[in-house]
Design a protein around this ligand. Structure first.
Ligand SMILES: [Zn+2]
Length: 473
């Protein structure tokens, strides 16, 4: 196997930074060395097969995006990125592992749905991948099937308090599934919005002729996110199940998570770049049908209520633990435009898998989070949360050589024509300028992106079996 030495860089971890050279043998990191280390009198740079000069740059663990939906069926269409195009775009942006979702539909066997997603991803991915299991039909059979998931390398499952008639679970189903989660050691992930109440508001708004994308955000009021978050926390407390709330956007929901954590409960929350940067007024409320680009659930929140600032603050204080994208891209033409004249028919989702590392690095530049916290919320905590730590999320001997060399003096322009490699006809981040640049990306020792050139290959990414959550109190 080929040996690689990354020299001259500043290695950044969740807990600190320092000058170090990273020695890679084949697919694994074998050592972090003092710069210029010698072995038996010989300079290592002369004995390894390949030297990568990272002088003046940050060397960080590859990003882990723990919330993506490649080829996800939703609202009569399918997310525009496949596992091939989506993982390629992820690699471009310095993400070397995704955790996607296998979707058990109503009436379907859990194991059949998992197999469907394995079949969809196998041989297609440029980087490593895993799955969470969506339980869309909680019943005796699916609860039994959950017991088999740890043996399949799946350590988390997701429920929906939203989307009645599609993925929705009622409180009785949630209680039973959480009990099973507690029994089996599976982490319960929750889409926390009160779906039945939202559907009433949607119907009333449409009846009043309020059909623009903006009203998607009005129907999905923050009160219904806070209420559902609180309910999920209480059901989790009762059952002893650890709880991870996905795509938290309302500051009131953050406060519920913080209060539960202050009580010592194993409750965690993720947010997404869109909830840190974008708003109900500026994006969802864009003129005409433009706002459809930013229709996602939970929705973008009002800038007047400072939800965005509160989310950054929660990332600093660890009231929110990590940032995923909820990458679920739909094109405007032929997909989002299904909802012209009826916002409820706009497929929900934003594409960001390519930009998460950059957008969060901009938070470092802007003084919102530290350099170490950037690594923690994008790589290290996702690894710990979802049972990958040691192999992923850290640069240490024995870990997979998933490495990103990031140039703080570089620059990245985001947009469809500029840097975008996602399978979309628009960018939710058009015009964003990042004061940094993903220079080189290694996936298990193989260079997949270097100097604005893609060197990856579909099928090189492997399914990764996951251990139980490593983040419990
Ligand atoms: Zn999602």
């Amino acid at each position: 196997m080929a040996t690689t030495l990354i020299t001259g860089g500043t290695v950044v971890s969740a807990t600190g930074r320092g000058a170090a050279d990273v020695l890679i043998d084949g697919e694994r990191i074998v050592a972090l060395l003092e710069p210029g280390s010698t072995v038996l009198g010989a300079n290592l740079t002369e004995t390894v097969d390949r030297v990568i000069d990272a002088t003046g740059k940050y060397v960080i663990p590859g990003g882990i995006d723990a919330h993506t939906h490649m080829s996800m069926p939703f609202g009569g269409t399918t997310a525009a990125d496949t596992f091939e195009t989506g993982t390629r775009a992820a690699a471009w942006g310095g993400t070397t592992t995704i955790i996607d979702f296998a979707v058990q539909k109503f009436g379907e066997r859990v194991q059949d749905s998992l197999q469907t997603w394995h079949d969809m991803a196998a041989g297609e991915c440029a980087i490593d991948y895993s799955f969470h299991q969506i339980i869309g039909d909680v019943n005796d059979e699916s609860l039994r099937a959950m017991h088999e998931l740890p043996g399949e390398g799946i350590s988390s499952f997701k429920l929906f308090m939203a989307y009645p008639g599609v993925f929705y679970s009622d409180d009785a189903q949630i209680l039973r599934a959480m009990q099973t989660g507690a029994d089996t050691g599976l982490l319960t992930m929750m889409h926390a919005e009160n779906g039945p109440a939202i559907d009433v508001l949607v119907g009333q708004l449409l009846a009043q002729g309020k059909t623009d994308p903006y009203y998607h955000g009005i129907a999905r009021a923050w009160e219904l996110e806070e209420e559902a978050t609180h309910r999920a926390i209480m059901l989790a407390k009762l059952t002893g199940a650890p709880l991870y709330v996905v795509h938290v956007s309302a500051k009131q929901a953050v406060a519920q998570l913080a209060a539960a954590r202050d009580r010592g409960q194993n409750v965690f929350g993720e947010t997404c770049p869109q909830y840190l940067y974008l708003s109900l007024e500026d994006q969802l409320g864009a003129p005409g049908f433009e706002g459809a680009k930013w229709v996602c659930s939970t929705p973008l929140r009002s800038k007047h209520d400072h939800h965005q600032d509160e989310a950054w603050q929660a990332l600093r204080t660890n009231d929110l633990q990590m940032v995923s994208t909820d990458h679920c891209p739909f094109c405007m033409k032929g997909q989002k435009d299904m909802g012209i004249g009826d916002f409820s028919k706009i497929p929900n989702g934003i594409g960001s898998v390519e930009h998460r590392m950059d957008l969060m690095y901009q938070g470092v530049v802007d003084g919102k989070i530290s350099l170490e916290r950037w690594v923690e919320i994008t790589a290290t905590t996702p690894a710990r949360m979802f049972g990958l730590y040691g192999r992923k999320g850290v640069l240490a001997p024995g870990a997979d050589a998933d490495v990103v060399i990031y140039d703080p003096k570089g620059h990245t322009s985001i947009g469809v024509d500029a840097t975008h490699h996602m399978n979309m006809d628009h960018s939710a981040w058009e015009g964003y300028e990042i004061d940094g640049h993903v220079d080189t990306v290694l996936s298990r020792g193989k260079v997949v992106v270097d100097d604005n050139t893609y060197l990856g290959r579909k099928g090189d990414g492997r399914f990764v079996r996951r251990d139980p959550c490593q983040y419990l109190i």
